[in-house]
Design a protein around this ligand. Structure first.
Ligand code: AMP
Length: 120
């Protein structure tokens, strides 16, 4: 599947749609999810055009990969999540329930989260 330049996160990266930014650097943008599923619900997206985690794993440079995960460390620290923990999710494709076709990592925390797969 090719990358859709009109997906909502591409529009956020272009500044066409506003976002509540938590963190930004050369590699990532992190912002609050518009429909939070926990007291803390932040999305981290790479600035490059990647459809999902599989696409990013396959095509991103080592520099982009290092940049992404270094930023994750900064973000969870700034959100104060390290001591009590948090959950990260990369929904991918149809079975994964991915709605927006630009790779994103959900960071969820701020309370004890329920079963990993709520509906199962
Ligand atoms: P996923 O189902 O993994 O593709 O997650 C997409 C997430 O993007 C959902 O949790 C949505 O609430 C969130 N979302 C959709 N549009 C926006 C937006 N404009 N700003 C922030 N979060 C958004």
């Amino acid at each position: 599947m090719g990358y859709d330049n009109d997906n909502i996160f591409a529009k956020i990266l272009r500044g066409d749609i506003p976002n509540k930014t938590v963190y930004e650097d050369d590699f990532v943008l992190a912002f609050h999810d518009v429909s939070p599923q926990a007291p803390v619900h932040v999305l981290v997206i790479p600035k490059g055009a990647y459809v999902d985690i599989a696409d990013f794993s396959a095509r991103a440079s080592h520099t982009e990969k290092a940049g992404f995960f270094s930023a994750v460390n900064t973000i969870v620290s700034e959100l104060g999540l390290n001591e009590q923990g948090f959950r990260t999710i990369f929904n991918t494709g149809d079975h994964g329930g991915q709605e927006v076709p630009h790779m994103h990592m959900h960071i969820l925390g701020g309370e004890k989260l329920g079963a990993m797969l709520g509906h199962k």
